[in-house]
Design a protein around this ligand. Structure first.
Ligand code: F6R
Length: 362
Protein backbone atom coordinates (compact mmCIF):
# COMPACT_ATOMS: atom_id res chain seq x y z
CA UNK A 1 0.00 0.00 0.00
CA UNK A 2 0.92 3.63 -0.47
CA UNK A 3 0.81 4.49 3.24
CA UNK A 4 1.16 8.22 3.71
CA UNK A 5 2.46 8.77 0.21
CA UNK A 6 0.50 10.33 -2.61
CA UNK A 7 1.89 7.97 -5.20
CA UNK A 8 3.67 4.62 -5.24
CA UNK A 9 6.53 6.33 -7.01
CA UNK A 10 7.05 8.70 -4.05
CA UNK A 11 7.01 5.77 -1.65
CA UNK A 12 9.43 3.77 -3.78
CA UNK A 13 11.84 6.71 -4.05
CA UNK A 14 11.77 7.11 -0.27
CA UNK A 15 12.36 3.39 0.33
CA UNK A 16 15.68 3.40 -1.47
CA UNK A 17 18.05 3.71 1.51
CA UNK A 18 16.37 0.64 3.04
CA UNK A 19 16.11 -1.56 0.00
CA UNK A 20 19.58 -0.67 -1.28
CA UNK A 21 20.82 -1.56 2.22
CA UNK A 22 19.10 -4.95 2.06
CA UNK A 23 20.44 -5.59 -1.41
CA UNK A 24 23.98 -4.73 -0.37
CA UNK A 25 23.71 -6.89 2.75
CA UNK A 26 22.93 -9.80 0.44
CA UNK A 27 25.87 -9.25 -1.89
CA UNK A 28 28.49 -8.16 0.64
CA UNK A 29 29.97 -9.71 3.73
CA UNK A 30 29.82 -6.46 5.65
CA UNK A 31 31.56 -7.79 8.76
CA UNK A 32 34.58 -8.92 6.76
CA UNK A 33 34.47 -6.04 4.30
CA UNK A 34 34.29 -8.38 1.31
CA UNK A 35 32.10 -8.72 -1.76
CA UNK A 36 30.55 -12.15 -2.21
CA UNK A 37 31.38 -14.03 -5.39
CA UNK A 38 28.31 -15.66 -6.91
CA UNK A 39 28.59 -19.41 -7.16
CA UNK A 40 29.55 -20.73 -10.55
CA UNK A 41 31.05 -17.54 -11.98
CA UNK A 42 34.81 -17.66 -12.46
CA UNK A 43 35.80 -14.09 -13.26
CA UNK A 44 39.43 -15.09 -13.68
CA UNK A 45 38.64 -17.22 -16.70
CA UNK A 46 36.62 -14.56 -18.52
CA UNK A 47 38.07 -12.31 -21.19
CA UNK A 48 34.95 -10.14 -21.52
CA UNK A 49 31.39 -9.76 -20.29
CA UNK A 50 28.33 -9.03 -22.42
CA UNK A 51 25.58 -7.00 -20.73
CA UNK A 52 22.13 -6.49 -22.14
CA UNK A 53 18.87 -4.95 -20.90
CA UNK A 54 16.14 -2.44 -21.81
CA UNK A 55 15.29 1.08 -20.65
CA UNK A 56 16.34 1.97 -17.14
CA UNK A 57 17.92 -1.46 -16.61
CA UNK A 58 20.11 -0.76 -19.66
CA UNK A 59 21.33 2.44 -18.00
CA UNK A 60 22.28 0.39 -14.93
CA UNK A 61 24.36 -1.76 -17.29
CA UNK A 62 26.02 1.33 -18.79
CA UNK A 63 27.13 2.41 -15.31
CA UNK A 64 28.34 -1.12 -14.59
CA UNK A 65 30.58 -1.00 -17.66
CA UNK A 66 32.62 1.82 -16.09
CA UNK A 67 32.96 -0.17 -12.86
CA UNK A 68 33.88 -3.54 -14.41
CA UNK A 69 36.41 -2.02 -16.80
CA UNK A 70 38.05 0.09 -14.11
CA UNK A 71 37.92 -2.18 -11.08
CA UNK A 72 38.21 -5.59 -12.74
CA UNK A 73 40.02 -4.60 -15.98
CA UNK A 74 37.60 -6.70 -17.98
CA UNK A 75 36.26 -5.45 -21.32
CA UNK A 76 32.50 -5.04 -21.32
CA UNK A 77 30.12 -5.13 -24.26
CA UNK A 78 26.72 -3.66 -23.65
CA UNK A 79 23.76 -3.24 -25.87
CA UNK A 80 20.04 -2.65 -25.68
CA UNK A 81 18.40 -6.08 -25.76
CA UNK A 82 16.29 -5.36 -28.86
CA UNK A 83 19.46 -4.46 -30.77
CA UNK A 84 21.78 -7.10 -29.33
CA UNK A 85 19.75 -9.99 -30.69
CA UNK A 86 19.78 -8.83 -34.27
CA UNK A 87 23.25 -7.34 -34.37
CA UNK A 88 24.71 -10.84 -34.59
CA UNK A 89 27.76 -10.09 -32.44
CA UNK A 90 30.32 -12.88 -32.33
CA UNK A 91 29.73 -14.58 -28.98
CA UNK A 92 32.16 -16.89 -27.29
CA UNK A 93 30.95 -20.23 -25.92
CA UNK A 94 31.77 -20.25 -22.22
CA UNK A 95 31.61 -16.44 -22.12
CA UNK A 96 29.40 -14.66 -19.62
CA UNK A 97 26.23 -12.76 -20.46
CA UNK A 98 24.61 -10.66 -17.74
CA UNK A 99 20.98 -9.65 -18.25
CA UNK A 100 19.41 -6.95 -16.10
CA UNK A 101 15.64 -6.84 -15.60
CA UNK A 102 13.36 -5.70 -12.79
CA UNK A 103 10.38 -7.79 -13.92
CA UNK A 104 12.37 -10.66 -15.35
CA UNK A 105 9.74 -10.89 -18.10
CA UNK A 106 10.85 -8.29 -20.66
CA UNK A 107 10.47 -9.96 -24.06
CA UNK A 108 13.60 -8.56 -25.70
CA UNK A 109 15.78 -9.29 -22.68
CA UNK A 110 14.44 -12.83 -22.46
CA UNK A 111 15.03 -13.41 -26.16
CA UNK A 112 18.59 -12.15 -25.74
CA UNK A 113 19.09 -14.56 -22.86
CA UNK A 114 17.92 -17.48 -24.99
CA UNK A 115 20.08 -16.39 -27.91
CA UNK A 116 23.18 -16.19 -25.68
CA UNK A 117 22.36 -19.57 -24.19
CA UNK A 118 22.10 -21.14 -27.63
CA UNK A 119 25.57 -19.80 -28.35
CA UNK A 120 26.85 -21.69 -25.31
CA UNK A 121 27.25 -18.70 -23.03
CA UNK A 122 26.87 -18.77 -19.28
CA UNK A 123 23.92 -16.64 -18.13
CA UNK A 124 23.69 -14.52 -15.02
CA UNK A 125 20.75 -12.23 -14.37
CA UNK A 126 20.18 -9.26 -12.10
CA UNK A 127 16.46 -9.54 -11.38
CA UNK A 128 14.01 -8.14 -8.86
CA UNK A 129 11.35 -10.81 -9.40
CA UNK A 130 13.19 -14.03 -8.62
CA UNK A 131 10.27 -16.24 -9.71
CA UNK A 132 10.39 -14.71 -13.21
CA UNK A 133 11.16 -16.42 -16.50
CA UNK A 134 14.53 -14.69 -16.86
CA UNK A 135 15.52 -15.80 -13.35
CA UNK A 136 14.40 -19.38 -14.04
CA UNK A 137 16.38 -19.64 -17.25
CA UNK A 138 19.60 -18.21 -15.79
CA UNK A 139 22.59 -20.18 -14.50
CA UNK A 140 23.21 -17.64 -11.73
CA UNK A 141 20.68 -15.26 -10.18
CA UNK A 142 21.81 -11.98 -8.65
CA UNK A 143 18.71 -10.75 -6.85
CA UNK A 144 17.91 -7.12 -6.20
CA UNK A 145 16.02 -6.96 -2.94
CA UNK A 146 13.88 -3.99 -3.90
CA UNK A 147 10.54 -5.56 -3.05
CA UNK A 148 7.57 -5.08 -5.40
CA UNK A 149 7.81 -1.98 -7.58
CA UNK A 150 4.34 -0.70 -8.46
CA UNK A 151 5.05 2.69 -10.06
CA UNK A 152 5.59 2.14 -13.79
CA UNK A 153 8.67 4.37 -13.80
CA UNK A 154 11.52 2.41 -12.29
CA UNK A 155 13.19 3.99 -9.25
CA UNK A 156 14.18 1.67 -6.41
CA UNK A 157 14.70 -1.21 -8.84
CA UNK A 158 17.31 0.91 -10.62
CA UNK A 159 19.36 1.81 -7.54
CA UNK A 160 19.16 -1.80 -6.34
CA UNK A 161 20.44 -2.95 -9.76
CA UNK A 162 23.32 -0.51 -9.41
CA UNK A 163 24.07 -1.70 -5.87
CA UNK A 164 24.13 -5.34 -7.02
CA UNK A 165 26.36 -4.58 -9.99
CA UNK A 166 28.69 -2.47 -7.84
CA UNK A 167 29.17 -5.36 -5.42
CA UNK A 168 29.70 -7.74 -8.33
CA UNK A 169 32.30 -5.46 -9.92
CA UNK A 170 34.25 -5.44 -6.64
CA UNK A 171 34.02 -9.23 -6.43
CA UNK A 172 35.26 -9.48 -10.03
CA UNK A 173 38.13 -7.07 -9.38
CA UNK A 174 39.20 -9.09 -6.38
CA UNK A 175 38.90 -12.44 -8.16
CA UNK A 176 40.98 -11.16 -11.08
CA UNK A 177 43.72 -9.90 -8.79
CA UNK A 178 43.21 -6.28 -9.82
CA UNK A 179 42.03 -5.17 -6.37
CA UNK A 180 44.05 -5.79 -3.22
CA UNK A 181 42.42 -6.73 0.10
CA UNK A 182 42.72 -3.08 1.08
CA UNK A 183 41.11 -1.86 -2.13
CA UNK A 184 38.25 -4.28 -1.60
CA UNK A 185 37.75 -3.16 2.01
CA UNK A 186 37.74 0.49 0.98
CA UNK A 187 35.21 -0.03 -1.82
CA UNK A 188 32.97 -2.18 0.38
CA UNK A 189 33.13 0.48 3.12
CA UNK A 190 31.91 3.08 0.61
CA UNK A 191 28.97 0.80 -0.23
CA UNK A 192 28.18 0.19 3.44
CA UNK A 193 27.98 3.96 3.93
CA UNK A 194 25.77 4.45 0.89
CA UNK A 195 22.27 3.99 2.40
CA UNK A 196 22.99 6.78 4.89
CA UNK A 197 24.12 9.11 2.09
CA UNK A 198 21.02 8.23 0.07
CA UNK A 199 18.83 9.11 3.06
CA UNK A 200 20.70 12.41 3.35
CA UNK A 201 20.09 13.08 -0.36
CA UNK A 202 16.34 12.57 0.03
CA UNK A 203 16.30 15.66 2.25
CA UNK A 204 16.76 17.78 -0.88
CA UNK A 205 13.12 17.13 -1.74
CA UNK A 206 11.70 20.57 -0.73
CA UNK A 207 14.33 22.39 -2.81
CA UNK A 208 13.75 20.02 -5.74
CA UNK A 209 10.01 20.63 -5.51
CA UNK A 210 10.61 24.37 -5.96
CA UNK A 211 12.87 23.77 -8.96
CA UNK A 212 10.30 21.39 -10.47
CA UNK A 213 7.74 24.18 -10.52
CA UNK A 214 9.88 25.95 -13.14
CA UNK A 215 10.81 22.79 -14.98
CA UNK A 216 7.10 22.05 -15.41
CA UNK A 217 6.92 25.10 -17.72
CA UNK A 218 9.64 23.84 -20.05
CA UNK A 219 9.06 22.13 -23.39
CA UNK A 220 12.42 20.41 -23.50
CA UNK A 221 15.31 19.75 -21.16
CA UNK A 222 18.90 18.59 -21.55
CA UNK A 223 20.71 16.43 -19.02
CA UNK A 224 24.50 16.27 -19.10
CA UNK A 225 27.13 14.20 -17.32
CA UNK A 226 30.55 12.63 -17.76
CA UNK A 227 31.75 9.17 -16.73
CA UNK A 228 29.20 7.27 -14.68
CA UNK A 229 27.15 10.49 -14.46
CA UNK A 230 26.48 10.19 -18.20
CA UNK A 231 24.15 7.17 -17.88
CA UNK A 232 22.56 8.84 -14.85
CA UNK A 233 21.88 11.89 -17.03
CA UNK A 234 20.16 9.62 -19.55
CA UNK A 235 18.16 8.04 -16.75
CA UNK A 236 17.14 11.51 -15.50
CA UNK A 237 15.96 12.44 -18.99
CA UNK A 238 14.05 9.16 -19.34
CA UNK A 239 12.28 9.68 -15.99
CA UNK A 240 11.21 13.19 -17.01
CA UNK A 241 9.92 12.01 -20.41
CA UNK A 242 8.04 9.08 -18.97
CA UNK A 243 6.02 10.79 -16.28
CA UNK A 244 5.87 14.50 -17.17
CA UNK A 245 5.85 14.05 -20.98
CA UNK A 246 8.40 16.85 -21.30
CA UNK A 247 10.90 16.08 -24.02
CA UNK A 248 14.33 15.50 -22.52
CA UNK A 249 17.65 14.13 -23.67
CA UNK A 250 20.65 12.86 -21.79
CA UNK A 251 24.04 13.57 -23.33
CA UNK A 252 27.67 13.09 -22.49
CA UNK A 253 28.71 16.61 -21.46
CA UNK A 254 31.60 16.49 -23.94
CA UNK A 255 29.13 15.98 -26.79
CA UNK A 256 27.38 19.29 -26.11
CA UNK A 257 29.35 21.20 -28.70
CA UNK A 258 28.94 18.45 -31.27
CA UNK A 259 25.27 19.25 -31.76
CA UNK A 260 22.88 19.71 -28.87
CA UNK A 261 24.18 23.18 -27.96
CA UNK A 262 22.26 24.40 -31.02
CA UNK A 263 19.10 23.81 -28.98
CA UNK A 264 20.14 25.99 -26.07
CA UNK A 265 18.29 29.27 -25.53
CA UNK A 266 16.64 31.05 -22.57
CA UNK A 267 13.86 28.51 -22.57
CA UNK A 268 16.09 25.48 -22.25
CA UNK A 269 16.79 24.05 -18.79
CA UNK A 270 20.06 22.13 -18.66
CA UNK A 271 20.56 19.74 -15.75
CA UNK A 272 24.25 19.07 -15.17
CA UNK A 273 25.43 16.17 -13.00
CA UNK A 274 28.95 16.94 -11.85
CA UNK A 275 30.50 15.42 -8.75
CA UNK A 276 33.70 17.25 -7.80
CA UNK A 277 36.24 14.99 -9.50
CA UNK A 278 38.96 15.15 -12.12
CA UNK A 279 36.40 15.89 -14.84
CA UNK A 280 34.67 18.68 -12.94
CA UNK A 281 36.59 21.55 -14.59
CA UNK A 282 35.68 20.29 -18.04
CA UNK A 283 32.03 20.10 -17.12
CA UNK A 284 32.12 23.64 -15.67
CA UNK A 285 33.30 24.93 -19.03
CA UNK A 286 30.36 23.12 -20.67
CA UNK A 287 28.03 24.85 -18.21
CA UNK A 288 29.53 28.23 -19.04
CA UNK A 289 28.88 27.56 -22.70
CA UNK A 290 25.23 26.89 -21.84
CA UNK A 291 24.96 29.98 -19.62
CA UNK A 292 26.55 32.19 -22.30
CA UNK A 293 23.64 31.25 -24.58
CA UNK A 294 21.07 32.10 -21.94
CA UNK A 295 20.37 28.44 -21.03
CA UNK A 296 19.23 27.80 -17.46
CA UNK A 297 21.71 25.53 -15.70
CA UNK A 298 20.77 23.38 -12.74
CA UNK A 299 24.03 22.06 -11.31
CA UNK A 300 23.85 18.90 -9.22
CA UNK A 301 27.11 18.51 -7.33
CA UNK A 302 28.65 17.97 -3.88
CA UNK A 303 29.82 20.65 -1.42
CA UNK A 304 33.29 20.90 -3.03
CA UNK A 305 31.82 21.30 -6.49
CA UNK A 306 29.39 23.94 -5.24
CA UNK A 307 32.29 25.87 -3.70
CA UNK A 308 34.27 25.68 -6.91
CA UNK A 309 31.35 26.80 -9.09
CA UNK A 310 30.93 29.68 -6.58
CA UNK A 311 27.25 30.35 -6.92
CA UNK A 312 27.40 30.87 -10.70
CA UNK A 313 24.52 28.46 -11.27
CA UNK A 314 21.44 27.24 -9.47
CA UNK A 315 22.84 24.34 -7.45
CA UNK A 316 21.55 21.22 -5.75
CA UNK A 317 24.13 20.00 -3.25
CA UNK A 318 24.22 16.25 -2.62
CA UNK A 319 26.45 14.69 0.06
CA UNK A 320 30.10 14.13 -0.69
CA UNK A 321 30.91 10.48 -1.38
CA UNK A 322 33.50 8.23 -2.97
CA UNK A 323 33.34 8.50 -6.76
CA UNK A 324 32.43 4.80 -6.87
CA UNK A 325 28.98 5.31 -5.30
CA UNK A 326 27.94 8.63 -6.89
CA UNK A 327 25.54 7.00 -9.44
CA UNK A 328 23.23 5.74 -6.67
CA UNK A 329 23.25 9.17 -5.02
CA UNK A 330 22.76 11.32 -8.13
CA UNK A 331 19.91 9.07 -9.31
CA UNK A 332 17.78 10.35 -6.43
CA UNK A 333 17.54 14.04 -7.41
CA UNK A 334 16.82 12.85 -10.98
CA UNK A 335 13.85 10.82 -9.75
CA UNK A 336 12.55 13.55 -7.44
CA UNK A 337 12.85 16.20 -10.12
CA UNK A 338 10.81 14.14 -12.59
CA UNK A 339 8.31 13.20 -9.89
CA UNK A 340 7.58 16.72 -8.69
CA UNK A 341 7.48 18.09 -12.23
CA UNK A 342 4.87 15.47 -13.11
CA UNK A 343 2.88 16.22 -9.94
CA UNK A 344 2.79 19.92 -10.88
CA UNK A 345 1.60 19.01 -14.34
CA UNK A 346 -1.09 16.74 -12.97
CA UNK A 347 -0.12 13.66 -14.96
CA UNK A 348 -0.86 10.11 -13.85
CA UNK A 349 2.48 9.56 -12.14
CA UNK A 350 2.14 5.86 -11.31
CA UNK A 351 0.48 4.91 -14.60
CA UNK A 352 1.92 7.17 -17.31
CA UNK A 353 0.14 7.08 -20.65
CA UNK A 354 1.16 4.42 -23.17
CA UNK A 355 3.49 2.62 -20.76
CA UNK A 356 3.27 -0.81 -19.15
CA UNK A 357 5.20 -2.06 -16.14
CA UNK A 358 6.34 -5.15 -17.89
CA UNK A 359 6.89 -5.22 -21.65
CA UNK A 360 6.23 -8.78 -22.72
CA UNK A 361 5.96 -8.10 -26.44
CA UNK A 362 8.77 -7.07 -28.75
C1 F6R B 1 11.75 3.12 -17.03
C2 F6R B 1 11.28 1.74 -17.05
C3 F6R B 1 11.57 0.89 -18.24
C4 F6R B 1 12.11 -0.48 -17.80
C5 F6R B 1 12.29 -1.41 -19.00
C6 F6R B 1 12.91 -2.73 -18.59
O1 F6R B 1 11.34 3.80 -15.89
O2 F6R B 1 10.66 1.29 -16.12
O3 F6R B 1 12.47 1.53 -19.11
O4 F6R B 1 13.32 -0.27 -17.13
O5 F6R B 1 11.05 -1.63 -19.61
O6 F6R B 1 12.08 -3.41 -17.70
P1 F6R B 1 12.63 -4.63 -16.87
O7 F6R B 1 13.67 -4.09 -15.94
O8 F6R B 1 11.44 -5.17 -16.12
O9 F6R B 1 13.22 -5.60 -17.83
Amino acid sequence: EKGNYRHFMAKEIAEQPDVVGHTLAHHLDMAKGRARIPEGIDFKKLDRIAFSACGTAYYAGLVARYWFEKLARIPVDIDIASEFRYREPPLKPGGLAILISQSGETADTLATLRHCKEQGMQIASVVNVTSSTIARESDAILPTLGGPEIGVASTKAFTCQLATLAALAVAAGKARGVLSDDDEQRLVASLVELPRLMAETLKLEPQIERIAKDLAKAQDALYLGRGTSFPIAMEGALKLKEISYIHAEGYAAGELKHGPIALVDEKMPVVVLAPYDTLFEKTVSNMQEVAARGGKVLLVTDPDGAKEAAGEFETLIVPKSYAFVTPMIYAIPMQLLAYHTAVFMGTDVDQPRNLAKSVTVE
